[in-house]
Design a protein around this ligand. Sequence first.
Ligand SMILES: [Zn+2]
Length: 511
Amino acid sequence: MPKFYVTTPIYYVNQPPHLGTAYPTIAADVIARYHRLFGQDVFFLTGTDEHGAKVAQSAESVGKSPKQFCDEIADQFKKAWGALNISNDHFIRTTDSEHERAVKWALQRLYDGEYVYRHKYEGLYCVGCEQYIPKSSLVQGKCPLHRKEPELLTEECYFFKLSQFQDELLTRISKRELKIEPVQRENEVLSFLRGEKLQDLAISRSKSKVRWGIELPFDRSHTTYVWVDAFLNYLTGIGWLWDGEKFERYWPADVHLIGKDILRVHATIWPSLLLALGVELPRKIFVHGFFTVNGQKMSKSLGNVIDPVFLAGKYGVDALRYFILGAFPFGQDGDFSLQRLEHRYNADLANDLGNLASRLLAMVEKYRGGIIPTSGKEMEIDLNLRRLAERAFLEADKCFREFAFSEALARIWEFIRGINKYIDEVAPWSLAKKEEQRERLDMVLYTALEGLRIVALLIRPFMPSTSKELWNQLSIEEKLETQRFPRALEWGLLKPGIEVKRGKPLFPRIK
Ligand SMILES: [Zn+2]
C-alpha cells in the first residue's frame, strides 16, 4: 500500500487557535482524507511549538508555569481541531519527552559532526522582550512593543554551519529533488539562494536568557533556539529514533504545508539540518497564501481575529470547511468575509446541494413510495449526466493533486448544478402524470439518485459529515468508510429496491 505523509506547521502556543491556523490545518485534513479515499496509508501530523522566552513570559504574566500554560493552549488546539473534524493521526508537542530526547540526540550529532561551533553573537537585545530583535523590526531604533532602545549585547553561543549548504540546496531545489510549489515560490527561493550568501545560524541562547528550552547536551548552560527544536517535529512526530518501522514507513514527508512567512527557513535551515543529520529531504513544500478579513489583516489589536470554532458552531463545520477552501485559490492571497460566506452558504450549499437532496428524495417518496427504482434504457440526456460525473471526478482529481482546492470544489459543484439542471429538463413531475412513462420516470429518478451518490463521495474529503448524511439518506448498505476511489465512482453502483430516508435539510437557509 502506498503511503502519504502530510504535515502542517506546528503552531506557536503564544497564540490560541484562530482562522489563520485553521486554514492550513483544514487543507491538510482534506489532503489526508483524499489520499485515504484511494486506500493509501496516510499519516497526517500537526501540533504545537512550545519553547522560548516569549512563552515563558506569557505564562508568567498569567501566573502559570510554562508547562501549565502550554498544556492549556495545546489542549485548546486539540479541542478546536476536534470541533473542525480534523483527522490528524498524531498531535505533536515540542515539550513531549521523546521529542526533547531526540532533539538532544540530534544536537549532539551535529556537534560531533562539526556542524556546530561556539562563537560570539552580537545582537540588539530588548530587556522587555527578553530576546534579541532583528534591526528590521525596530521602529525608530526602538522596540515597537516596549518603546525602548535595545542594548547591543555580545554573548557566546553556538552556531550551525548553515553557510556550507548553499550549493547543495541550490542543486537539490533546482533539480526538484526538493520541490517548492507554487512555482513562483520556487523562483523566490532560487533567486534568494543565487543572490545572497547564507549566514551561519545561532542555535542556542544562554540559559540566563532563555530557560524555557531544550538544554544543549554538550553545554548545559545553553538552551537551543527555536529552529532545531521546532523543525525536528516533522521527524519525531513519526517516531524518529524510537519507532524505526514507523519512521521508515512514512519518511520522507510527501508534503509540508506552510505559510509564505516561513518559506525561507523551510527551504534553507530545514533541509540543511537534514543534510547534516544524513536524513533524506522531504519531497515537497507547498506554500499557501494569507488572507485578510473584510479587507483587513487579522490582528489582536484590530479585534478582528476570528475564532473558527465559533464559525463552525454558527454555520456548521462543513460550511466553514467548504468556504475556507472554496473562497480563493490555496496558493494565493485572498480575502475572507462573513457576508460572502453567507452568500455562498445560501447559493452553493442551501440551494445547489441541500435543495437537490431534499427535492430529489421527496420525489422518490412521492412517486415511488421512497424506494430506489431500477434503472432502464439510457437516453442521451442520461448519458450526458453520467459523462458529467466522470468529468467532474477526473478534473477535480487533477486539481486535488495540485492542491487547487477551490477549483476542485468548482468542478464538483458544476456536477451538482448539472444534476439540478437534469432534473429541471427531464421534469419528473410531468412524467409522473403519464402511466406510459413509468419506466422512463424510474430511469430518471435512478439517474439523479446515482448522481447524488457520486456527489456524496466527491465531497467527502471537504465535507465529511455532509457526505455521511447523504450516504445515510440514500440508505446505502456498504459502509461509506469502505468506499475506495476510483472504483466506488463507477456509474450504476446504487442498488435499487432500497428505501431512502429523507432527513432534515442539510443546509437550512440563512435569512
Ligand atoms: Zn521589547
